[in-house]
Ligand binder design. Structure first.
Ligand SMILES: [Zn+2]
Length: 284
């Protein structure tokens, strides 16, 4: 499943390849993703109904990432894309034959941005300018802060968790405080911060949260750097990029010796997800 680092890499790839280019056509082959793809998507982007004749209609102005959503900014509104469980976006020439699960093409003249999604949990939605800025879409409004934003800090996590008895790993995975810390990155960040994943979030001190905030940023930065080097030919994630390149301390290493202290790494289940930790390096 594409995680924040993979989506960030896709975002950077889209910026390099498509910003400033003009979308000329949308080809929908299959519309039923997590939600239906709007049937008037092309007209919405190009603004055909209202302000036809504008010379720059369809030019992609910006690509941003919010959590795991990609926000493609046009003069008429924002195209929201989510890769779901198995979505990919590939940059191809318009003549490239389609394959199974190639549901949508965004045609930019000679080049195409092609969305493929075998499991169809992805989403392609339109948020017109009249509805507000792209970031105010209802799917985005309640998300936690971005891990690379100034708003994210140890103090924020500390204050958001006072009185809470749920585990720190559950808080990270929920995305309610900070977005983008999926299962792998939660295990790795907690190891780097020396915090046991089962620790009650409300009992972790502010200095330890400050350390955790730093380790979350560092872990995600490392994954983006690792993934970026493997994806040069694609705009897109295959869903199995970044973390396979990441030198994990604990994730996927149950029973193997800790890279720091040689104690065997333990595996437990929390909310049906595997959690990996070193019982010696990570304190409750
Ligand atoms: Zn250890």
């Amino acid at each position: 499943m594409p995680e924040l680092p993979e989506v960030e890499i896709v975002c950077r790839g889209l910026n390099d390849a498509f910003v400033g280019h003009r979308l000329t056509k949308v080809i929908r082959r299959f519309a039923q993703l997590r939600w239906p793809i709007p049937d008037d998507l092309e007209q919405s982007i190009l603004g055909v109904s209202g302000s036809s004749g504008r010379g720059d209609a369809g030019i992609l102005r910006s690509v941003q990432r919010r959590s795991k959503y990609l926000l493609l900014g046009f003069d008429t509104g924002t195209l929201l894309i989510h890769l779901g469980m198995s979505g990919t976006l590939r940059r191809l020439t318009a003549a490239e034959p389609t394959r199974a699960h190639d549901h949508v093409d965004f045609v930019f003249g000679e080049q195409v941005l092609r969305f493929n999604d075998p499991r169809r949990f992805g989403a392609i939605l339109w948020y017109g300018d009249s509805e507000g800025p792209g970031g105010s879409h209802h799917l985005l409004r309640r998300l936690g802060v971005e891990p690379f934003s100034e708003a994210f800090s140890g103090r924020l996590m500390f204050e958001a968790t006072r009185g809470r008895s749920v585990s720190i790993k559950q808080v990270l995975l929920s995305g309610a405080v900070v977005v983008g810390v999926g299962n792998i990155y939660a295990s790795e960040s907690l190891f780097r911060a020396g915090i046991r994943p089962t620790s009650a979030a409300g009992r972790i001190s502010k200095p330890r949260y400050e350390r955790l905030a730093g380790s979350i940023r560092q872990t995600l930065t490392d994954a983006i750097a690792a993934g970026g080097s493997t994806l040069r030919d694609f705009v897109a994630s295959t869903g199995q990029s970044g973390y396979f390149q990441l030198q994990c301390f604990v994730y996927g290493r149950g029973g193997e010796p800790c890279r720091v202290c040689a104690t065997p790494i333990r595996v437990i289940r929390q909310q049906q997800r595997a959690t990996f930790f070193c019982p010696s390096c990570q304190k409750a």
